[in-house]
Design a protein around this ligand. Structure first.
Ligand code: PAF
Length: 282
């Protein structure tokens, strides 16, 4: 397993693999890897001859008041995890390598991004689309792997690939949870012991929503009200959103009459966490 920091080094390595007739998978990450990322690496290693993991905290997808500076970083830990799961190359660039002086081209999307995280984080998806399309151009993978925890991101990336005719298969992988239910996230490390306990309210509300759908409830307001009420009982929690949308358009719907996404974002103290379920998976 190799770690490289420049675009030229990635291209050289991938070119060599291509010359040998090997397929390449890409797992884009912002580092501080956990079992959720490991499951993406495992999936890529299963499907492809070689796996590249990008490890880059992308400044462009953070708003001015967000956690760019404090976002956790630990490349030694990441390297050990990638190696243990059979990844072949880590691309770990400095911001200047990705965004040279005078950088001024962006990938923006006018659909799918107005709701949910796009509403609370206005610059986020422009930053995600721009960096992911750059990574796709640099690595030119056959397949790329993303977690379903970032369900809106996955939908946005699928749409971008389709719009821009990128010849890359996008694979969405299931949410990985801690034993007590909390969805794995690099941001969980921000939580104090008390907040970590409080954060369980996210998965509890997701499980409640799933149960209501399983029991036949179709009124989205009834479901989201019950979830909000449960979250409201936790004093350290502050709701950003609890919404049910059409799974394809990401627009809110009143009734479960089509495949839908139930997504939540909740602050626990200062830490913003997300979780979700697709009604089709219930
Ligand atoms: O999901 C993430 O970690 C990031 O948004 C991604 C896709 C690596 C782009 O920076």
């Amino acid at each position: 397993m190799k770690i490289v920091t420049t675009i030229d080094e990635v291209r050289k390595q991938v070119k060599q693999w291509r010359a040998e007739g090997l397929t390449v998978g890409l797992v884009p990450t912002m580092g501080y890897l956990h079992e959720g990322h490991a499951s993406l690496i495992d999936a890529s290693c299963r499907d492809n001859d070689r796996t590249v993991v990008s490890d880059f905290v992308n400044p462009m997808q953070f708003g001015p008041a967000e956690d760019l500076e404090s976002y956790p970083r630990d490349i030694e830990h990441d390297a050990a995890l990638v190696e243990a799961h059979g990844g072949d190359l880590i691309f770990h660039p400095e911001p200047e390598e990705m965004y040279h002086d005078g950088f001024s081209s962006f990938v923006d999307m006018t659909v799918l991004t107005e709701e949910l995280c796009g509403l609370s984080r206005p610059v986020h998806f422009r930053g995600v689309c721009t960096v992911v399309s750059k990574l796709f151009h640099i690595v030119m993978p056959d397949r790329a792997y993303f977690g379903k925890k970032d369900a809106q991101q996955l939908a946005v990336i699928r749409h971008m690939v389709d719009d821009l005719n990128m010849d890359i298969e996008i694979i969405g992988c299931p949410i990985v949870r801690e034993a007590d239910g909390l969805a794995k996230s690099s941001r969980n490390t921000y939580l104090s012991e008390e907040e970590r306990k409080a954060a369980l309210v996210l998965s509890k509300s997701i499980f409640l929503g799933m149960e209501m759908v399983r029991n036949g409830e179709t009124d989205c307001k009834v479901i989201t009200d019950a979830m909000k009420q449960l979250i409201g009982q936790e004093p350290l929690a502050r709701i950003d959103y609890v919404k049910i949308t059409d799974a394809k358009t990401m627009q809110q719907i009143p009734v479960l009459d089509r495949p839908a996404l139930c997504a939540i974002a909740v602050y626990i103290g200062k830490t913003r966490l997300i979780d979700n379920f697709f009604t089709e998976d219930v």
